[in-house]
Design a protein around this ligand. Structure first.
Ligand SMILES: CC(C)(COP(=O)(O)OP(=O)(O)OC[C@H]1O[C@@H](n2cnc3c(N)ncnc32)[C@H](O)[C@@H]1OP(=O)(O)O)[C@@H](O)C(=O)NCCC(=O)NCCS
Length: 167
């Protein structure tokens, strides 16, 4: 199999047409680790190193999903399931692919997994200024439950958000 191409940010971004994409969400495998690491570095201030990402392949508590458009890695979502609790670690979509529902699909994958595992609590942290991510989480049923001061290395505070299941 060819190594996956990593989509470089383009100077002239155009919103992509979702109907032209072949989005497939699946578990991380070795050949996508480099691309996942590059995407994290480009989009997150809490990006993991390659070896941290690779450890998800063997760590029983860590789950790492990727979104592919054909062979291009365009999104990632990583979480821990520990002692019946699910904790989102990172979610990111390539800038050229935002606003097309991929973030929402990755969240559904995370919440579906947490549900199957019968987790009692589902939570995450998000920068207080990260409006798109907060809007995504609220849309998926999370509420703000607290604040962690200077949570990020940038000095930004984080909201703790918890999932309120909708039955
Ligand atoms: C947050 C992020 C993953 C959203 O991914 P996405 O694929 O663009 O999101 P979707 O297209 O699935 O949007 C789903 C919902 O999220 C919210 N949303 C997404 N982008 C938004 C924006 N720019 N402004 C406001 N709300 C937004 C909306 O509620 C949207 O639903 P709608 O389309 O019905 O209005 C993406 O912006 C990203 O990668 N950000 C950088 C990384 C990051 O900050 N991750 C969070 C770390 S805690």
């Amino acid at each position: 199999m060819k190594p996956p191409t990593y989509l470089k940010p383009r100077a002239n971004r155009q919103l992509r047409n979702r109907n032209e994409m072949k989005i497939n969400i699946k578990k991380l495998s070795e050949e996508y680790i480099k691309a996942a690491c590059l995407l994290e570095k480009q989009t997150l201030n809490t990006a993991w190193a390659e070896e941290d990402i690779r450890s998800c392949l063997t760590c029983p508590n860590a789950v790492y999903y990727i979104a592919l458009d054909d062979e291009l890695l365009v999104g990632i979502c990583c979480f821990y399931i520990v002692s019946g609790d699910a904790q989102m670690i990172n979610i990111a979509v390539h800038p050229d692919y935002r606003g097309c529902g991929i973030g929402a699909e990755l969240m559904d994958t995370f919440l579906g997994y947490a549900d199957k595992e019968n987790t009692e609590a589902v939570s995450l942290e998000v920068g207080v200024e990260n409006t798109p991510a907060i809007a995504l989480y609220e849309k998926k049923g999370f509420i703000k439950a607290g604040i962690r001061k200077k949570f990020y290395s940038t000095g930004e505070d984080a909201y703790v958000m918890i999932y309120k299941r909708r039955y």
